[in-house]
Design a protein around this ligand. Sequence first.
Ligand SMILES: [Cu+2]
Length: 119
Amino acid sequence: MKKSLIKTTAAFGFALLALNVYADQNSSMKKGSMEMGASKGASLGTNEAVVQGVDKAGKAVTLKHGPLKSKTVEMPAMTMTFAVENASFLSAVKEGDKVKVTIENVENQPTVTALTVQK
Ligand SMILES: [Cu+2]
């Protein structure tokens, strides 16, 4: 009697675990497809980026960017936060926007010096 109770508990625990794994997979799949939607399923080209966050107080923007190449900056694709040269860039974009950017080193800080929203 005691033994079968343990078995049942173990089976129930396993079912819960399986459900958890399923839920995790489901949410990460959802996240993945959302990201793909934002970048239209293609990987980002040179100097292309998707806005991940806008920080008006900090005068900064977080970009998931493709390879960057300019006069002073060259880096592979990644997600990172940049200072912006012109605060008006921040009111021009919102999270999820696909943009084309120019990033230059300004006072040793990679900075957005030009930005256009891609339709
Ligand atoms: Cu970067």
